[in-house]
Design a protein around this ligand. Structure first.
Ligand code: HAM
Length: 415
């Protein structure tokens, strides 16, 4: 029986792999301009890193991790905790007080697969470590926006919130839980569970019944102190001055325990239920929680599959440009020897060319040249071997030119 790929994974066939490469190139160009440097970390980490970094009660850590070897290791479900682990372990703070790092990599979460949600998926993201300046928050949001716009996507919506400090949230929780306790039996089972272990997460419920109850609930923003509010207002102001449109959403809390103050998400109506294409926020306490010196930081990550889905639906992806420059048709052993040498010599000077490896007839080799949209064809027969010159045939109009020497061939191919 045929062995199939695991649920929630996918094969990137050549056409899609090319599209992904196109996207990744644009991502790199943007990060370069914004002065971010690439970081790569292992595919798996100690499980403890994610428990401590993301939080034991989050959905990711409690239900979605691929953990193995007696629970010791886990395939990375996200990159913020690994980047911070690497930052601390390699003393990156000694190199520069502000580290601006980016990554493009795959992640693993055992979620229920559906459109736009996979068990192995890819993100590009950035972490800016060392500053709590509101301009730094603004830089991250503007960078994220500029990357998404560089793909041609101009209708994503930016949602912004601040979830304040742990102390501010504790005061809020008292009132919030007090209010919700009147409706406990009416809340969805998920929210009932969160009421006990992580009440903040009740705020991003999608359950219509819960939403109705939340309508009159105390609002976290009203429990924040002037400094937190002032910082948030400043970020909004910088974004406005720089022409960024956004919406504030006081229910945007996100699914990680490491966030402090600013949280943001980019959403798209083109995506259906899984409408978040990018998410991020400030995490000023994570570095000390993972054993480093207290250091403020902020970051974001975007879902590559979701972005490609949007780009496909908006026809923003480039046409396949895998056409051959030249196909060399051979006939018989001598011809094959000559063709192969010519092939390698032309490849050495940068010509994308191909020959036959299936011992096909001249007719089927010509068919193959057509199928692969080769711009030129050369047929190697006795005459060509003897004279060491070839007829270069242009497929579009059938015109031919006789040439000898690889450099000359290249000259005509490039003409
Ligand atoms: P996240 O919101 O979990 O944040 O993921 C960021 C993006 O990855 C989402 O907006 C979504 O587009 C994509 N994504 C997440 N899960 C899946 C999935 N199962 N299948 C397909 N796409 C998915 C983080 O991961 C944080 N580490 C972001 C961050 C960086 N915060 C601070 N720094």
């Amino acid at each position: 029986m045929l062995i199939q790929k695991p649920k929630g994974t996918y094969d990137l066939l050549p056409e899609k792999a090319r599209q992904r490469y196109f996207l990744e190139t644009k991502v790199r160009e943007n990060f370069e301009i914004y002065n971010f440097s690439e970081i790569r970390t292992p595919t798996f980490e100690k499980t403890e890193l994610f428990k401590r970094g993301i939080g034991e009660e989050t959905d990711i850590v409690s239900k979605e991790m691929y953990t193995f070897k007696n629970d010791e290791f886990t395939l990375k479900p996200e990159m913020t905790a690994p980047v911070i682990r690497a930052y601390i372990e390699n003393n990156l703070n000694n190199e520069s007080p502000l580290q601006k790092l980016f990554y493009i990599t795959n992640m693993f979460r055992r979620e229920r697969p559906q459109a736009g949600r996979f068990r192995e998926f890819s993100q590009f993201g950035a972490e800016s470590i060392g500053s709590n300046d509101p301009y730094c928050d603004a830089e991250m949001i503007i960078l994220a926006d500029s990357i998404i716009r560089s793909f041609g996507i101009d209708d994503s919506i930016i949602k912004l919130n601040t979830i304040g400090t742990a102390a501010e949230r504790d005061v809020f929780f008292v009132e919030f839980k007090n209010y919700l306790s009147n409706y406990l039996n009416e809340l969805s089972p998920d929210s009932q569970r969160r009421f006990v272990i992580n009440p903040l997460r009740i705020l991003d419920t999608k359950n219509p019944g819960d939403l109705k109850i939340l309508k009159d609930a105390p609002v976290l923003y009203n429990f924040l102190n002037d400094e937190t509010k002032g910082n948030f207002e400043k970020i909004l102001d910088i974004l406005t001055v720089n022409g960024i449109e956004f919406e504030t959403d006081n229910r945007l809390v996100r699914g990680f325990d490491y966030y402090t103050s600013t949280t943001f998400e980019f959403i798209s109506d083109a995506l259906g239920a899984q409408n978040a294409l990018l998410g991020g926020g400030r995490y000023d306490l994570l570095i000390q929680q993972l054993g480093g010196k207290p250091t403020p930081a902020i970051g974001f990550a975007a879902g590559i599959e979701r972005l490609l889905m949007i780009m496909e639906s908006k026809e923003l992806l480039p046409d396949n440009n895998d056409e051959l420059k030249l196909f060399i048709v051979s006939m018989g052993e001598e011809s094959k020897k000559f063709s192969f040498k010519m092939l390698e010599n032309l490849r050495n000077i940068g010509v994308k060319c191909e020959t036959d490896f299936l011992n096909r007839s001249v007719k089927s080799q010509m068919k193959e040249a057509n199928r692969s949209k080769a711009e030129f064809v050369i047929v190697i027969g006795d005459e060509e071997i003897k004279s060491n010159s070839v007829k270069l045939k242009k497929m579009s109009d059938g015109s031919e030119v006789t040439v000898s020497g690889f450099e000359n061939i290249k000259f005509f191919l490039d003409k």
